[in-house]
Design a protein around this ligand. Structure first.
Ligand code: CP
Ligand code: NVA
Length: 309
């Protein structure tokens, strides 16, 4: 996969099915090395800049620890400290940061900011979450499913809730990996139709079935994996109250989970709101693999960095 050197990691749509599988296999391999206490430092002397315009627990810590374990160094750059907070153009920021860094990870609002940063940078740019996508999370999620189920192709993932960045990246990943995916969202909170159309075009070539529905019971029926995310993502906090009303029938709870397969896996990218998008019984129950998911952020992102930086 020397072909991945120098590439950006902005969305799963930019990667072929084979490349995504390669990254998952590499993540599993890197994880085994780390568990065995083996030193693996292909990025000795390299520096990753980590630009954050939104809060983070997992992304920040897993990238910083990940680059360190690969032999390099991470630099935490918050919006408040950078000149972008005072209006310096992204174009200049990308050009300048490229003169110091070997890679840039960015978490921001509009997806266009990440695209513009990648265009202006001469070093690889990694999307650590935008309003439109969260590809690092989806990659580690599918690694986690593979580890638990032993396969991906033909499995059904059901996503219940807000048609947000997670939905988009999970949809594209499912289509690329030959998985079937059903999404149930309330009216007005559906996934972006352009991304759904793109996903369906990919699905047509890989044989996966993508279904958008309204009824959570229809989406979850016979699912191998049940996924949900917060009702109000970062940047949408002001809509919390109206969203609680719109999403009232979209909670993943014991009653709804009865329609999934008995050995279904419950997944959530975290942070979660117990009692809102998911009941305590489900998220803390025996089918939940939320902490395996969170752990795999580290391994999957080490794979991304080792491959492209
Ligand atoms: N899942 C995830 O990206 O978590 P953080 O917001 O804590 O980084
Ligand atoms: N959809 C959530 C994911 C957080 C990791 C958000 O954007 O806030």
């Amino acid at each position: 996969a020397s072909s991945l050197k120098g590439r950006d990691f902005l969305a799963l749509a930019d990667y072929s099915s084979e490349e995504i599988r390669y990254l998952i296999d590499l993540a599993i391999d890197i994880k085994q090395k780390q568990k065995a206490g083996e030193i693996y430092q292909p990025l000795k002397g390299k520096t990753l800049g980590m630009v954050f315009e939104k809060s983070s627990t997992r992304t920040r810590v897993s990238f910083e620890v990940g680059i360190y374990q690969l032999g390099g160094q991470g630099l935490f750059l918050s919006r408040n400290d950078l000149q972008i907070g005072r209006g310096e153009p992204i174009w200049d920021t990308g050009q300048v940061l490229s003169r110091y860094l070997d890679g840039i990870m960015i978490r921001t609002f509009a997806h266009k900011i990440v695209i513009d940063l990648a265009r202006s940078s001469t070093v690889p740019v990694i999307n650590g979450l935008t309003d439109a996508a969260h590809p690092c999370q989806a990659l580690c999620d599918y690694q986690t499913v593979l580890e638990h189920k032993g396969r991906l192709e033909g499995l059904k993932i059901a996503y219940i809730g807000d048609g947000n960045n997670m939905t988009h990246s999970l949809l594209m990943g499912a289509a690329k990996l030959g998985m079937n995916m059903s999404v149930a969202s309330p009216e007005g909170y559906e996934a972006d139709p352009d991304i759904v159309a793109q996903t369906k075009a990919v699905a047509a070539s890989t044989g996966s079935v993508i279904q958008m529905c309204r009824d959570p019971r229809e989406a979850i029926e016979n699912a191998d994996v049940v996924y949900t995310d917060v009702w109000a993502s970062m940047g949408f906090e002001a809509e919390q109250k109206e969203r609680e009303i719109a999403f009232a029938n979209f909670q993943v709870n014991e009653e709804l989970a009865k329609y999934a397969k008995k050995d279904y896996l419950f997944m959530h990218c975290l942070p979660a709101h117990r009692g809102e998008e998911v009941s305590e019984g489900v998220i803390d129950g025996k089918n939940s693999i939320i902490y395996d998911q969170a752990e795999n952020r580290l391994h999957a992102q080490k794979a991304i960095m080792a491959a492209i930086m």
